[in-house]
Design a protein around this ligand. Sequence first.
Ligand SMILES: Nc1ncnc2c1ncn2[C@@H]1O[C@H](COP(=O)(O)OP(=O)(O)OP(=O)(O)O)[C@@H](O)[C@H]1O
Length: 636
Amino acid sequence: MNTRTSWADLAANSAAESTKAGSSANNGSVGTTSGNAPTRPTYVPPHLRNRVPSSDPPAAAYSGPASSNDRSGYGGGSRWGVPRNDYRGGYGSGGGRGGWGNRGGWDRGREREVNPFGDDDETEQPPSEQENTGINFDAYEDIPVETSGDNVPPPVNTFAEIDLGDALNQNIRRCKYVKPTPVQRHAIPISLAGRDLMACAQTGSGKTAAFCFPIISGIMKMQDQGAQRPPRGARTVYPLALILSPTRELSMQIHEEARKFSYQTGVKVVVAYGGAPIHQQVLFMLQPFAVASLRELERGVDILVATPGRLVDLLERARVSLQMIKYLALDEADRMLDMGFEPQIRKIVEQMDMPRPGLRQTMLFSATFPKEIQRLASDFLSTYIFLAVGRVGSSTDLIVQRVEFVYEPDKRSHLMDLLHAQRANGVQGKQALTLVFVETKKGADSLEHWLCINGFPATSIHGDRSQQEREQALRSFKTGNTPILVATDVAARGLDIPHVAHVVNFDLPNDIDDYVHRIGRTGRAGNSGLATAFFNEGNASMARPLSELMLEANQEVPDWLSRFASRASFGGGKNRRSGGGRFGGRDFRRDSSFNRSNSDYYGGGGSGGGYGSSAGYGSSGGYGGGYGPGVTSAWD
Ligand SMILES: Nc1ncnc2c1ncn2[C@@H]1O[C@H](COP(=O)(O)OP(=O)(O)OP(=O)(O)O)[C@@H](O)[C@H]1O
């Protein structure tokens, strides 16, 4: 149960944490202090922002700390010309242009590995259980867990109980992970036992490590057993594991995490993701950077982290072969299998040279898993275990949720009121990190502009921004240089940004699962957070799923929303609650209406078919669309 405080207090508390944690990064930064508008010498309006000067050189395969004028005419992610202080030393670039890169991992010439922890002096201090590990374990003590499938391996309580290998265990300690989170307690033994897995667990509950640890540990074991690897330097590379995610930023984040977990294990992790808009990309593929990065990749990859579009491109150009894949992980698996991505995923998994289910191990993870998507996903799995941790498809009750009725034309001034109050309650006048979701890219640009001219340093992330702008915006937000990030759904899933105090759904999404992922950018790893949604008649179809979700998460549902919910006709395609709207998400194999043919879904493996069937998926725009006419998908 939440200890309720006002939203401003919550935001202020979180800002206090932010201040502590981010003080070095923020040191002297412009735009986060006091209520006055910052000095903005070089503001560039949104319509000029994507004009990348043609003289802008291709990014190098490695870049150290950059100077402040290397970005398209404006300095910080804020576009205010704020001096940049948000580069992490030693961070391999991969360029801002997408493409490839082992981002700072291996010095491939000499096979010397850059320490991703920056603790080269090796004075390792094992953290005590009291020490702040980023996870508030008490919040997870009584979390409900449900598993189904044959012979489910028992969960563990500690990392020590699992044979992950010394090097990986040391990295877990370096990450200050004292004990496994609930999803890790269950998922890691299942995966180590070689079983396929479909796992649902709440946002921010540690799913990345849950799929990375077994993969890294498995590859280490293969190395110990002297497994044959293809020769390095070949034009085609043969990764042993593939991790797919829907956005570039999420792929980069998974890569960074995986690189930490695999430090000094001998396991090599490389990321490949989409980059600039297609016309620039074609041009860019001819640039030396692309060639250099491909060469880098040719020096070896064990785990390839990728977005689907870029991977298809690489497969078609025969730069990557999936023949040797032993592990396939789909993060945000329900998104990866919805209308937008499903054909690409089928191509990668079924139509290229990847080993069949049963010959590889497949792990699907998400916080939401609608039954229709579970059914689709079963095509990719063999005799799998379904794991549900927490109220799946639900939000965590660590997030205080507010819904406010705001007419469309009043949204901006209402947002302004929230931000002013938040600033007044903030720590030392600092703005708490606030993530504002809007529906369209244009809407993001225009709100960002409006916030900036009204004294709130903001930046934005959406699909029309270049990759380097997107990365820069994220950095600028993380460091607090621009403590407001206006985003489309491209930032809704997976991004782990510490100290986000407040998520504002300026425009509510059309899909309740998207709402769950969006608000999950706060209240992560056991910390509290606040989510405010602006609701009006245009969101009537969300009234019912939203009020149900809030009730489930012990939130106060305003009377007016309940009235909307009782009026709203329900049963529309998009707002089915994940897993059937009850605790645990539900294994679709247990639902007789999904088992019409009486085939043995517990047997998994290829019997699932049924895409486009009368189960409802694929009809009326299908699940997970949510983009109105003229709105292009925010996804990569
Ligand atoms: N065992 C652990 N101990 C302490 N911190 C952990 C542990 N496992 C993960 N974390 C931290 O918890 C945070 C959230 O983890 P992660 O990003 O994997 O969540 P997630 O479940 O994938 O969220 P989402 O559904 O939003 O993608 C990260 O900062 C991660 O480093």
